[in-house]
Design a protein around this ligand. Structure first.
Ligand SMILES: [Zn+2]
Length: 116
């Protein structure tokens, strides 16, 4: 019997730039790091770069936000309450977004900080 060496769940570890992109989970201790641009040598194009930060919604965030908006339009509650709920939705959307660091030269994803 031969052993199957290729574990499909680990294929992203055997690329040429095996350790990148780095995926980290956002915690209260690394949030500041996650939200700051970082100066580093890009592992893909080897240039010294400052990472470009993009906030990207994780899976499901958009759907949830859309559903909430529909709910707001369908309800007959007062505009004041609607405003508060709207703000809550915006807040929730932001707190669910992943923070991704890209190389400005080659546009590759270097690090991704994900919401747990
Ligand atoms: Zn690069």
């Amino acid at each position: 019997m031969s052993v199957n060496i290729e574990d499909p769940g680990r294929t992203h570890h055997v690329f040429k730039h095996g350790n990148y992109p780095i995926y980290k989970r956002i915690t209260s201790s690394n949030l500041e790091e996650a939200e700051s641009t970082q100066t580093m040598d890009c592992p893909f194009c080897n240039q010294q770069i400052q990472t470009v930060i993009r906030y990207e919604a994780g899976e499901g965030t958009c759907t949830t936000a859309a559903l909430c908006c529909c709910f707001l339009f369908l309800t007959s509650i007062g505009p004041y309450i609607r405003g508060i709920i709207g703000l809550l939705i915006v807040f929730c959307c932001n707190s669910f977004q992943d923070i991704k660091h890209y190389c400005p030269e080659c546009q590759k994803l270097i690090k991704a900080y994900e919401r747990g």
